[in-house]
Structure formats: structure tokens, C-alpha cells
Write a protein that binds this ligand. Sequence first.
Ligand code: LMR
Length: 333
Amino acid sequence: MKKLSLLAGLLTALLSLPSLAEPIVIKFSHVVAVDTPKGHAAEFFKKRAEELTQGRVKVEVYPNSTLYKDKEEMEALQIGAVQMLAPSLAKFGPLGVKEFEVFDLPYIFDNYEELHKVTQGALGRSLLDKLEPKGIRGLTYWDNGFKSFSANKPLHNPEDFKGLKMRIQSSKVLDAQMRTVGALPQVMAFSEVYQALQTGVVDGTENPISNLYTQKMHEVQKHLSLTQHGYLGYAVITNKKFWDGLPADIRSQLDQAMKEATVYANKIALEDNNAALESVKKSGKTQVYQPTAPERLALKKALVKTHGEMESRIGKELIQSVYKETDFDPAKL
Ligand code: LMR
């Protein structure tokens, strides 16, 4: 009897220990609106992660740079202040992983199908593995979409970019891309772009339409040219120490949630961008222009020069490996 009550007492004490009752918290910070491919996918992941772990994991999503801006969020992940991010592939250069900038090369992917040959294959995995020495585990890729240029003047031909101050993400490939057509690139955090466009600190920018629309950039840009000249997507990353320290059953449930979130993200990316384009058109605030075939070709020829210029930064071999996957040959333009 005495033994039994001792056991009961021990059990009660154990159950009341906070560490046993409290869920593992994953802070997932990102910089875009909820109503975007990444915003939707992060919410989807949260839901499935909490369901599959039966509440043992709680995911707190902080959208729209409410917690951290671009550069800060990378640092926050490395020190463990947040556990998960999905930065654009154009934002890994400052971390010292320049190879991700291969995704920024203009026109290297013609469509999602070509892109997926890289992001869903061995090459994509090998790129994610390059993050490990930085204390980061790359989990997966999420799609956004193909970028279009906007400004306060029509952008039909390569010459139209001359002298324009264009906001870019922190990628040397994007810097080179803008300089190739005589524009002046300015690196700026995503959260600052709307105001910079509004006040004329920069003249124009590039983004998939879902980002343009949800940040209301179309309200401060008179012209949008549907150039689709480059890709913008994400690597979902986590703090390696945090991830490796998770109980194995939880880690595999989170892996499953991430797998499902990736399927979802890649399914809605095009839908979200198409819906955003319709909303931009309906708003009547910016003139939407569809470049003609000769205009597209002229811009392509001008921007593809960046590929050769960037070989020494990204690695010729890596660029060739992507060409092989996507059947791209710049000499054939
Ligand atoms: C940008 O800075 O333009 C994008 O990377 C924002 C995002 O995360 O989609």
C-alpha cells in the first residue's frame, strides 16, 4: 500500500514537470504576406505538423517580417532564436553559399517542370547539403514563381532599363543581371521595398506577381512587364542542432508534414501568382504589358550574358549541370 502511494506520488510529480507537458516550439519566420505561396505553405506546415505530432510540436508562424527582416532572420536561425525559415534562394550568398545563386541566372528555367528537375533531384539535394557547415539543415524547396519587372516607365526593350535604380535581393547574379542592361542595382530588404518605390529611392523592381500584389507594389509602379525572366523560390531551412536534437519520432512526423507542405506549396504557387495577376489587372493601378516574341528574345539575349560572367562565382561545372538537367544551351539563342 505504502509502495503504491509512493508510486502514485512519483507519477504525479513527473507529470507536473513542465518539460514533460510543454510542446516543442518551432518559430517559423518569413518576410512575405500570408496570402502568398510561401505564406500559405507555412500555415499548411503548421497545421500538419501539429496534427501529426498530436500537439507535441507547436509551430508559430511569423509572416511579413513581423519578427525579422531578411538579413536578421538568417542570423536568428543560426543562433537558434528561430527554428525555421524559408528564405528566397537569392539570399544565401551573404552566408557564403554562393552556389544557390545559380537559381537566379536569368532564363535558366523556362518553366516549373524544368526547375523541378533540379529542386526535386540529386543536384538540388547536394545544394541543400552545402548549408550544413553553416549550422543549417536544408529540408526542402518550395516554389514561388517567375519574376516580372516593374517601374514607372514601360519596360519593353533592354535599353529601357538604362539608368534605372532597381531594387534587388542580395544576390550577385541579380546585381550582374541589372548592370548588363545598364540599370543600377540596389540591395534592399523585402520589407522596405514598398516605401522605397513610393518615395523614389528606387525606380523599379522584380518579383513574382504574388509578392508584388500582396505588398501593394503595383500601386506605386505605373508599369508591369510580364517578362518572366528569372525564377524566385525558397529553401526551407532549420537550425541543424535543433533538428538533430529532436526525438526521432517527432523528426519523422515533421519530415512527413514538410513533405506534404511541399506538395501543397508547389501546387498553389502558380494558382496564387495567376490570381495575383488578375487582381493587379483589375486594380487598374498599373499598366500590365505582355512583351512580344521579338522583345522577349532581345531581353533574353541581353540578360543571358550574365551566365558567363558569373561562372567564376557560382562554378562553371554547377551551371553546366543545371543546363544538362534543363536542356539549356545559351549558344543556341
Ligand atoms: C524578395 O526579397 O523579393 C523575396 O525574396 C521575398 C520572398 O521571400 O519571396
